[in-house]
Structures are given as C-alpha cells and as structure tokens.
Design a protein around this ligand. Sequence first.
Ligand code: ATR
Length: 275
Amino acid sequence: MTTFPKAAVIGNPISHSLSPKLHKHWLARYGISGDYVALQVTEDALEQTIRDLPGQGFVGINVTLPHKVNVLQFADQISDRATLIGAANTLTFREDGQILADNTDGYGFMANVKQYAPTWDPKSGPAAIFGAGGAARAIIVSLANAGAPEILLSNRTRNKAEALRAEFGPRIKVVDWVHAGDMLETATTVVNTTSLGMTGAAEFKVSLDALQPGTVVNDIIYNPLRTAFLNKAEAAGCVVVDGLGMLLHQGVPGFERWFGRRPEVDEEVRQAVLA
Ligand code: ATR
C-alpha cells in the first residue's frame, strides 16, 4: 500500500495562514508525496476533528489561534517546552494512536534571530519585550533558556506582564507601558510581540530614542515585512530581523517529524511564501 501522508493547520479564522504555502513548497522542493491543507475548526468541533484526522491519513497538524491552549487536553504526551509555554502549535499523530503535543514558536523565534543576526548572543545583556500575549510567553521561555540575564517586560495591560513574572520568576522585570521606552537603555535584544504596526492595526508609538547601536531588534510581525519599528531601529544602527523567519522556522520540526526530512529555511522558501 502506498502511503500519502497529510498534514494540516487548524484555526479559526484560518484563510490568512501562510502555513499551507510553506509546507507545500517544501513538499514540492523535496519531491515528497504528501499534502498540507488549512482547516477552519470551531471550538465546538475541536475534539472531534482531532480524533478523526488520524483515520483520514493525517500524520499531524499545526495549531493556531484560538486553539493553542485547548489542544493540550487531547495530547497523550506534551513536550517540556509546550508544558512551560502552556500551549502547543504542533501535534503529531503516532501510528500507535498516541498524540504528541509540542510548541515550536520559541524555537522558531530563536532560529530566526540566530539566522539573520549571526553574532547575536542572548547572554550579552537584558532582553526587552513589548507585549505579554501568547507569542511573548514562548519567546520569554526561550530567552530564559538561552541564558538572557534579565528580561524586561512591558505590556499595555500591566496585569498580564505581572502574571508572567509571577509564573516565570524574578529574572523578569515589569516596566510600566508609559515608560516602556526606558527598557531600551540597557537592552541588547529587543522584541516587539504586540500587534502594533501590523497592517490594519494601530501604530507602534513607544519612543525608540533610547535604542543603542548594535542592539539586535526583532519584530515578530511579518505583514508588512518591514515595520516602522524595524525601520527606526535600523536608522538607530541596530541589527534588525523581520518576523517571517519565525513563521518559517517554527514549521521545521513538524515537517521533519511528519514527512521525514528536515527542510531548509532560505531565500527560496521566503519568496515562495511571500508570492
Ligand atoms: P499573541 O498570542 O499573538 O501574542 P495576543 O495574545 O492577542 O496575541 O497579544 C497581543 C499583544 O499586543 C498584547 O500584548 C496586547 O496588549 P494587551 O495585553 O494590553 O491587550 C498588545 N496590543 C494589542 N493592541 C495594542 C495597543 N493598541 N496598544 C498596546 N498594546 C497592544
């Protein structure tokens, strides 16, 4: 019997997802017979969908909003990093019926910054994070693991930043949103995890005047690819990294597990996803 492995991304809404383009590009590039589709799944249908997919030839799924936290309850095994982050973006359906849950968002963040700022050392000084949503959680966990000595965290809704500090410990210092720009005085790594600056959203208005030349600055937004935040950082002499690579790299572990080949993240796949 020939096998024809399939994978999917599930979410609601899902039509905007770039994951099908990403995985289909890799499948074509490596000559792998397989498929990758986008499935719109409501919260009511989540459990049944996850139970049904393995029987329909699916070997795994990526999970996006709003299901990243809820899928954990259907997993038989949860990776350490997914446990720490408290959410999963990658499920693997094993042949024995077990469901493995993993979170590759923090990995994607780290791999992206390392690729486009090769001399970056997360241990070199404090990291400053704007925003305290799901993406910030994954990035904080990976920066803490990578040895960032201090993580300065500022969010419009201060409570959410305080909650992350309570969970992840005193290495996190909460800075009021009114003074968010002050984080930049000492930071050697700066990340925007808010939706500010995304096409259709409000502008990023925090002052970036305190940015130091040579600081590694990443915006996780990739629509637009070049945000005003990154342009200002570049003008200040910073090393800037756009957000597309995080999306591309977070897809690598799932693709490798499902289709048996570790895919490359390079200019060719960037162009394929942007096309
Ligand atoms: P994700 O899971 O992708 O991180 P999210 O959980 O919706 O998305 O988080 C969005 C982030 O953008 C939050 O930090 C949010 O701040 P609040 O916690 O105060 O909502 C931030 N954000 C969104 N709109 C904002 C705005 N107009 N000003 C400041 N921060 C904003």
